[in-house]
Design a protein. Sequence first.
Length: 430
Amino acid sequence: MKKVCIIGAGYVGLVTGACLADMKHRVICVDSDLEKVKMLRRGNVPIYEPGLDEIIRRNVKAGRLSFGTSIPQGVASSEIIFIAVSTPPKADGTADLSSVAIVARTVAETMDGYRLIVDKSTVPVKTGEKVAETIKRYNRKNVDFDIASNPEFLREGSAVDDTMHPDRIVIGVSSKRAEKLLKELYAPLKAPVIVTDIKSAEIIKHASNSFLALKISFANALAQICEMSGANVMEVVEGMGLDRRIGRAFLSAGIGYGGSCFPKDVAAFIKISEELGYNFELLKIVEKINREQRGRFVKKIEETLWIVKDKVIGILGLAFKPNTDDMRSAPSLDIIAELQREGATIKAYDPKAMGVARKVLRGVKFCRNAYEVARGCDALVIVTEWDEFKQMSLDRLRALMTHPIIVDGRNILDPEKVKEKGFIYKSIGR
Ligand code: NAD
């Protein structure tokens, strides 16, 4: 059993903390957001993540998981300290590391014996060095410490399962003591552990996300060629993906990647490379394809409707992907803003993101389900590929809509079936 403090109880920190507690470690999750901590202490989970409620409840009850706002308190009771705070993008694309820096300083000021400080936030290469310098500077009691990098690869929507069954665990260390502690911590998972130096671990994270974004942009570029030639991108990626060297995952055409990680991590990786003296042109094109794909999708809606002004457009799906309530950098935000600018009236529904959506969207009529959205709509636009949108009754939708138009940004409906039901149907790359 290890004593662990997780600083930053967001999508990553909270899931990591809950899962480590479930592995029988004793975990305190610390967050500066008092409201979040109050909620957690009352037994409410501030984010939607399948299975997370249950795992938190079980471990709080067993006395292995607790929540607080005080870093010194967390540091006092733990040997391993994880930094899992946000690292949002600055206007120039570089990562804002101010939260990492302040946390490192506070940890250093309160350590009263050996601590292993592990960075789990996604950070540029060489951040470990900066964290080590900061800790050295404020390490008043001059105690021993180690720094490690342990990048996180969980996916929102399946974060608990990903944490309990990871493809690999990457541990970037500079001492045997740190390596041993982290291997013991993760031993219950019986997952492959890759031990590297700290800088390599930092790069593995940015490189992995950038490569996945590259696959998405590749599929979106293929979608263009398929539309222009009359081929079907779904069949093309299926045919490619069965090749084990390529793989089918992240090879789907759509409306481009969004969310709190890919856009920010690709931009940060381009910047880091630039600072190191390398012009990562490949990633610049990945970003460009992604931007253009979003624009082309809005254009497709406009072309289908001819005049957008005063039309009622129903948006199905607001979260950046299914099974989450996260709307950070969600494609729905750009698409809705553009259609509103053109004078459309927007109705919208998402199975889990309505609470978040009400806070971030203005002038949208929120509905309780897809059918309520469809009532009186000139077009339905599928933005997030939730399962429930794959199973909608097309007859019911058609009867409710003013005009039977569906623009499917995720290729989740069968074109033949939709057209048979009398819809005008547009999708991506087919
Ligand atoms: P988040 O915004 O959901 O959570 C971050 C938490 O840190 C928030 O609760 C915030 O209140 C807290 N925080 C910020 N500054 C703090 C401080 N000084 N002291 C204490 N708490 C503080 O973010 P997230 O999605 O969990 O991401 C965290 C990190 O993990 C980021 O670097 C992100 O890039 C990376 N990451 C995210 C994912 C993902 O899917 N969300 C996956 C892998 C890696």
